[in-house]
Design a protein around this ligand. Sequence first.
Ligand code: ADP
Ligand code: MG
Length: 480
Amino acid sequence: MNNQNLELIWSKCLAFIRDNIQSEKEFSTWFGSIVPIDLKNKELTIQVPTHFIYETLEAKYLDLIQSAFSKELGPNVKLMYTIESKQKQASGIRSPKFQAKGNLDFQNQKRPLNIIHSENPESIKISGLKNEHFSPDLNSDYTFENFAEGDSNKLARSVSLEVAKNPGGTAFNPLFIHSKVGLGKTHLVNAIGLQIKTDFKNKNIIYVSSEKFTEQFIAASLHKDRNKINHFIHFYQQLDVLIIDDIQFLMGKEKTQGALYNIFNFLHQNNKQIVMTADISPKDMEDIEERLLSRFKWGLTAEIKKPDVETRKNIIKLKTKNLGLDLNESVLDLLAEKIDSNIRDIEGAIVAILAEASFNKVPINTELAIGVVSRLISEKSTPEQIPFHVIEDIVVQYFEVDNKDLRTKTKRRDVVEPRQLVMHFTKKYTNLSFQKIGKLMGNVNHATVIYSVRKVEEFKLHDRIYRNTYDAIDEKIKNY
Ligand code: ADP
Ligand code: MG
């Protein structure tokens, strides 16, 4: 496609996106610096300035971008990112982040952010892999140097360093790191992989998200060649270091767990290193086979806690230094004091401050930082808590269904819709975790809850009638 066409299409997508974003500033912060690079075979490549902006786009704006694409280019458009990091050379084209309609939608699950590849079954080449074909899939930004230390992550960081120095040779095997979202698990385990890759050139390392691992396993088991499963298991058994992220995704997936069990045993017996992460500790995991769970606990389990103010300060110092930015102490203190949720929010605040300063062509000073931070905090303030039973009753009455029906696993549309809405509104109006909501809904897997919550957002975006229904119920819940 020639450049003019590409730019025209991109500007139309942008116009749609701008229309659907509340403020001009928000739009320019996240979309202002994107450069369209290429469009061919329904694959649109865009260049974003930092990994962080890319993550924000995926976290917050994926549905919107998807709608813009479907409108301009029809369905099944793939989005590719190239990330141009200021401190580094461009880190090259990332793999497809989403497909407008995922073709491996076995769990109907939206892809989490940190998945590097989304592959379809045909493209998974797991058979006959030679060692030189091991592609570790590591993110080159996530190094130990870029990982700030603090009390909240001291243990996890130091054992990670030990493991990186001596993979398979310490008592920390498996190394199991857990934390709430956005506190640095993926970064830290990547750092382990990168360090080993540098220091031990001959070792085979793979970083894989549990979602991708599951996709590969399912693709192999559905394949007409029955040997594919063995190839799959054999492929992972050849590793020296297996880093598998977000193990909680395997909850309830018995067959995939079985495959991991085989791989785990083989690697462990051969003193190969296994590193795992999850958003909960092994002892709180449900729907994971006991034989596998007990193995998770063999080595060391380390938690990354919510960063305290000193850690947050260290993180901000490091991030801003990497951006070539010299914040004065009072701006630093302000950010560290006020943004206390997770590190992604801290990064968001830094980028927002940068964007605001460059947008208004003013220097970064305390006043500007206060403005940005207070805006971010008010945007984030959590809505009032509303009891689950109130939410459920309102939805049930609206749809004239029975509370009991909501707790069945039926796929009937007249039940699925209210069920998804109850999960969505419960997430919106309570502090309950996905897992707790799953329990309340009749022991539904937490991945299903996440899926439902996102599905509602997607429908809302695409379907006006659905949006009206949503708004009507939302109004009732707010005014109960
Ligand atoms: P998780 O996997 O726990 O959800 P990530 O590893 O994706 O979290 O971290 C979220 C973001 O925060 C990433 O951009 C990561 O680089 C950054 N981050 C997390 N912990 C630190 C740290 N200690 N120092 C610097 N950056 C960090
Ligand atoms: Mg992660």
